[in-house]
Design a protein around this ligand. Sequence first.
Ligand code: PXG
Length: 438
Amino acid sequence: MSAALDNPYWMPFTANRDFNQQPRVISGAAGHWYTTADGKELYDTFSGLWTSGIGHCHPKIVAAVQEQVATLDYCMGFQVTNNKAIELADRVTALAPDRLNHCFFTNSGSESVDTALKIALGYHRARGEGNRTRLIGREKGYHGVNFGGMSVGGIVPNRKVFSAALIPGVDHLRHTLDLEHNAFSRGQPEWGAHLAEDLERLCTLHDGSNIAAVIVEPVSGSAGVIPPPVAYLERLREICDHHGILLIFDEVITAFGRVGKAFGAERFGVTPDIITTAKGLTNGVIPMGAVLVRDEIYEAFMQGPAHMIELFHGYTYSGHPVAAAAGLATLDVYEEEGTFAQATALEQHFEDLLHAFKGHKHVIDVRNFGLMGAIEMAPRDGLPGARGAEAHKRCFWDENLVVRAGMDTLQFSPFLNSDPDEMSRSFEAVRRVMDTLE
Ligand code: PXG
């Protein structure tokens, strides 16, 4: 077998054959830097994968995990539970918007999304509106890779192969990215609020009384950072209220400081009925997700004989004590270090660094919100994704920089506690690569 094919490790969302020609393997990390086995140090411009906002191997989280794993490694999460899960549910709901006072734990963003969709369907049925079964997502949305999330998601390559197995009864709003009208917007674009009316059209088509829920990322992440147009989220909320539809914000990326507040909902002043989270909940240290729901939704399930299970759903590792301990330590650090305020203070500098790429020969758009940023390059003729992939590799090998490329869009998720000069230097390095890129 060729060297490119004999690696037993099948990597996720990776061009495996290309990777195996020149593997990029990290073996250590501290703070804002990764290390490799041969002693190379690389600056991480993506905070893990939007996960690790307060830096890698934060001593407080490391200590909490070490202690927990030696105290209670695991216990059954059904019918009994552990003290850390209870404590974390308290702490997370205390940070959440009004009335989102109940928390269901998962192990990932994908599981959070599928859990939220199931809760939405169960909620309507429990209230005698079992006809509300339709789900609405949005083009370019990313809601993980499980069947529910994939179906409401709108990233074409993630859906294409599985087209016949997508769940039925799903429609999509149009996405809000239109370079003709909103290229190089700083923060939220002025253009595009009218696209929320797509929801009203779908309510006319199907009758709103058949629709269970609408799910959107407040700021699309994976698709290359697409902030919501001014007044767009507000309008979605209004239409949902009018038709009795649940609004789900997928905040797997936007929660826990990425947009300067505990939740994007708070930053945008729009309160959804359900919020999905993961990533920053534990700073990425142990996999964990959480779904936060409004009181009315939880209460709707709490009927029937009290000895009966109300929601036939859960994961072996829901509320895992070690993950919960990591979550508790993470929330402590956010509070003690003022992480969300640190993130807010970095926003302007970050925006300026990104938008300095306007006018670069390859650049067709720059987008940002909070500490989420994207530089979109034009694709090479007939080879979409090639320029981005090369930029990623050149950053790694030539500039000791880990940069995420989604096709030809470079994405940035700086640490919430970044050093501004380090941030500046990372963009100087990106520019050196882009200047010499074909
Ligand atoms: N929802 C959102 C909004 C996400 O960003 C998920 C759900 C799924 O989470 P899990 O933990 O199941 O992966 C995500 C994940 C990128 C990128 O390049 C982002 C994610 C995953 C892969 C790539 O931006 N986010």
